[in-house]
Design a protein around this ligand. Structure first.
Ligand code: 13P
Length: 287
């Protein structure tokens, strides 16, 4: 059931668990995530970066695929279709294409410009029943060519952006996209606690969910994180399972070259990763 992400995240924040945002790249990704959510009675957010949207043929294609698949597979758990790290223009494209949630990433703008653009987009999104996420303090690492330095957010700036009426807020707390380097210092719980205190009961978003140890995830949830984004980890599981299939020469046996067979191990691997995350985040049975 396609819905905005507001209600599921308000419930998660109040119930002290988090809903996973899993980024999609194609039909297999989408199907694997939707089925895993349904099988585990968990709400879920499908994240689409601008690059992945382009890769899949544009936001209209993505929106039509997700809406049709949600219906055809008989998905009854709440599902939000969410633009990940949207530009100002990208937000408008996704609103038009039928997404149910957007993220405006104005973190690289001077704060005044971030405020002005976020205010405008909050009004437009809410007028149409969509939820909206904003970001303060850059998330480090590289995602789809967007490189962030990984600064910790300023709690006062978080309060300023939260007060504009956004539904959930991503605050940089030393998290980065992609794999964490060996010398990573870990999440800054000091920053998270300070942000949480300033923004009241607003659901907070933890980007860069790949590779964050379970104890840090649990502590982040206890400090107001209600949405955790995972992208790279599904890509790694998919690639490893596909590599194994090819290296074992299974594509050369019988009809093993059939794309439905070649992509099957990767599909199952995504399902296993998503389930593992849902267990860790505590969203199973919460639909
Ligand atoms: P990872 O790729 O590190 O899991 O991060 C995903 C993310 O934050 C998407 O916005």
């Amino acid at each position: 059931m396609l819905v905005s992400a507001k209600e599921m995240l308000d419930k998660a924040r109040a119930g002290k668990y988090a809903v996973g945002q899993f980024n999609i790249n194609n039909l297999e990704w989408t199907k694997a995530i939707l089925l895993t959510a349904q099988e585990n009675n968990s709400p879920v957010i499908l994240g689409v970066s601008e690059g992945a949207g382009k890769y899949m043929g544009g936001f209209e294609t993505v929106s039509a695929m997700v809406a049709a698949m949600d219906k055809s597979l008989g998905i009854t758990v709440p599902v939000a279709l969410h633009l990940d790290h949207g530009t100002y223009e990208g937000c408008y494209k996704c609103i038009k294409a039928g997404f149910t949630s957007i993220m405006f990433d104005g973190s690289h703008f001077p704060i005044d410009e971030n405020v002005a653009k976020t205010t405008e987009l909050v009004n437009v999104a809410h007028g149409l029943g969509l939820s909206i996420e904003a970001e303060v303090g850059a998330i480090g690492g590289e995602e789809d060519g967007v490189i962030g330095k990984g600064e910790c957010a300023d709690p006062d700036e978080c309060k300023m952006i939260a007060d504009l009426g956004v539904d959930f807020l991503a605050a940089g707390i030393g998290n980065i996209h992609g794999k964490y380097p060996d010398n990573w210092e870990g999440l800054s719980f000091e920053t998270l606690a300070a942000v949480n205190e300033k923004v009241g009961d607003m659901p907070l978003v933890l980007h860069g969910g790949t590779g964050i140890p379970a104890d840090m995830i649990k502590k982040a949830i206890s400090l107001g994180v209600a949405k955790i984004n995972v992208n790279t980890e599904c890509q790694l599981s998919f690639a490893a399972a596909t590599r194994k299939y090819i290296e074992e020469g299974k594509d050369l046996q019988g009809k093993g070259f059939d794309p439905r067979k070649v992509l099957a191990p990767g599909f199952e691997a995504i399902k296993a990763t998503v389930k593992e995350k849902m267990e860790l985040f505590g969203s199973i049975g919460k639909a």
